[in-house]
Design a protein around this ligand. Structure first.
Ligand SMILES: O=C[C@H](O)[C@H](O)COP(=O)(O)O
Ligand SMILES: C=C(OP(=O)(O)O)C(=O)O
Length: 354
């Protein structure tokens, strides 16, 4: 026992020494321009995506009264199940088009509270090999395939450089609860030509999201990367299409009528768009994916009672209920990160929208 622990200490010490000698290593990656040329968005698809962005803007500005529904897996990890979900969703979107505008969650980057799998873009082989070159390729390929199904796509933009590789495929983006307060993300949003939702902070604070909207509407000059992958001074114009996403916080959910009213009052006070999206998952479902339909029901009731601020909702949904079991073989259509609502329940919940 003593020997094992001595060996363990020696190994750890040599690892630390090695890391101190080379604290950072690098490998070149293809530039955004190279990847976009390899996997291009043609003129017809680009026009389609622009139409989707405009529809989302219209919903968020109250010109289109349909409910915006952003639904899909917590994270994409397997192109086959993502495409199966996408095919089903595209069919449902066409059926429900007069009441809802459906956008697919296509998340390839995951923010972690501490550490964990960071998404398909970072670790596409799911084995810690962190083959980002393949991750960029597979992620863009999958998003392109999903967009070709006619689906508007939504993702969380976590690393500002990822936006340069994927931004042209997106109709909506989120800045997550863990990054809403970051100046770098606010600068990035200032240069995006698409609607962007800032989530409330993990502590439930909506002030940071209001501040984020106030920052992103302005032009910024900042450090970044140009399309050829060179370090560049970027000048961004400011984004007029930002809004709040309520996702609950450490003190519990914030989707109820009082919280929604308080949030819209705060947004109006700060001169921000009072119309918002509510995430039915995360702290709003207490991380129980099967509670999402009840949250949605409550939001629909608020709308029916005249609450016009609720422009959209978000669901974490996959082919099957729940998530992969720890250490068990991967199951098709089951979330690899947070638990999701399965397809049948998702379909039923969306078909019930009046
Ligand atoms: O939506 C996904 C998770 O809630 C988020 O990535 C944080 O995950 P973690 O707390 O498991 O790291
Ligand atoms: C991580 C996510 O959300 P949040 O930033 O609200 O935790 C997510 O939607 O995947």
């Amino acid at each position: 026992m003593q020997q094992v622990s001595t060996q363990h200490i020696e190994n750890a010490a040599s690892l630390i020494q090695e890391r101190q000698a080379t604290p950072r290593r690098s490998q070149p990656l293809p530039s955004p321009a190279v990847l976009r040329e390899r996997l291009p968005v043609n003129t017809a698809l680009a026009a389609h995506i622009e139409q989707h962005r405009q529809t989302i803007r219209n919903i968020l500005n109250g010109k289109d009264s349909r409910l915006l529904v952003i639904t899909g897996p917590c994270s994409l990890h397997d192109p086959k199940s993502a495409l199966e979900y996408g095919h089903r969703l595209a069919e449902l979107a066409a059926q429900l088009d007069d009441k809802v505008f459906i956008v697919m969650r296509a998340y390839v980057e995951k923010p972690r509270t501490t550490v964990g799998w960071k998404g398909m873009l970072y670790d596409p082989h799911l084995d810690g090999s962190n083959d980002i070159a393949t991750g960029l390729n597979v992620s863009r390929h999958l998003l392109l395939d999903l967009a070709r199904l006619g689906l508007p796509l939504a993702t969380e933009l976590l690393h500002p450089m990822a936006a340069d590789y994927l931004g042209d495929l997106l109709s909506w983006a989120a800045i997550g609860a863990r990054t809403t307060e970051s100046q770098i993300h606010r600068e990035m949003v200032s240069g995006l030509a698409l609607p962007v939702g800032f989530k409330n902070g993990t502590d439930g604070s909506i002030d940071v999201a209001c501040d984020a909207m106030g920052a992103a509407i302005h032009p910024h000059t900042h450090l970044g990367m140009d399309e050829h992958g060179h370090s560049a001074l970027l000048q961004t114009a400011g984004n007029l299409d930002t809004h709040l996403v309520l996702r609950g916080g450490h003190d519990g959910p914030n989707y109820d009528a009082n919280n929604v009213q308080r949030a819209t009052a705060a947004l109006k006070n700060k001169g921000c768009n009072p119309r918002l999206i509510v995430d039915c998952s995360h702290a709003n479902s207490g991380k129980d994916p099967l509670r999402q339909p009840a949250v949605l029901q409550n939001l629909l009731q608020q709308r029916a009672q005249g609450q016009t601020a609720i422009a959209g909702i978000m669901l974490e949904s996959h082919l099957h209920d729940g998530k992969q079991g720890q250490g068990k073989p991967l199951q098709h259509g089951l979330s690899i990160t947070d638990g999701c609502l399965g397809w049948d329940k998702t379909r039923a919940a969306l078909c019930a929208i009046e």
